[in-house]
Design a protein. Structure first.
Length: 161
């Protein structure tokens, strides 16, 4: 499997999952490893978008109130919102790439993702649904708050007196 040194989260990023000192990334139809932890990768991607993981988490906490494992906005312009889910390990799902969630019995949930991917998780379906709902709530609130009139300031031609 291909191992990269660096990676920036983008609109085709489906999932991030920590594996030892690397992160397994599912991007489009591809899967590969990146020599960074998921949090390092998320923070670096956020820094490239003008914020940080700390800032994104503070914003989420302000908007959503108290909870565990906050969803975050990576990029409003690209529509990238991630939410963490702890199963056997913590995974970060891209909200846009969740297609369906199906309960497979006690503490078993199948998640269908974009590009033909699916995962069987050791968590209840209602937990996945709740995390997804909170990420959607964050997305709606941030989009609502970022809409407003677009204002241009034009300088007039200079006059010679």
């Amino acid at each position: 499997m291909k191992i990269l040194k660096d990676y920036t989260i983008n609109h085709r990023t489906v999932l991030l999952s920590g594996e030892n000192d690397c992160t397994r990334v599912i991007e489009g139809e591809n899967a590969f490893l990146v020599k960074m932890t998921p949090l390092e990768m998320i923070n670096k991607s956020l820094l490239r978008n003008g914020t940080s993981l700390r800032g994104a988490l503070r914003s989420s906490k302000f908007i959503l109130g108290p909870m565990n494992l906050f969803p975050i906005k990576v990029s409003t312009s690209q529509g990238i919102f991630l939410f963490p889910l702890k199963s056997d390990k913590t995974m970060w799902f891209s909200l846009n790439h969740i297609l369906s969630i199906n309960s497979k019995g006690f503490q078993q949930t199948e998640v269908h993702l974009s590009f033909g991917h699916s995962l069987l998780l050791n968590v209840e379906a209602k937990m996945v649904t709740h995390k997804m709902y909170k990420a959607e709530e964050l997305r709606k609130e941030i989009i609502k708050n970022s809409k407003g009139p677009l204002v241009f300031y034009l300088e007039g031609a200079k006059r010679n007196n």
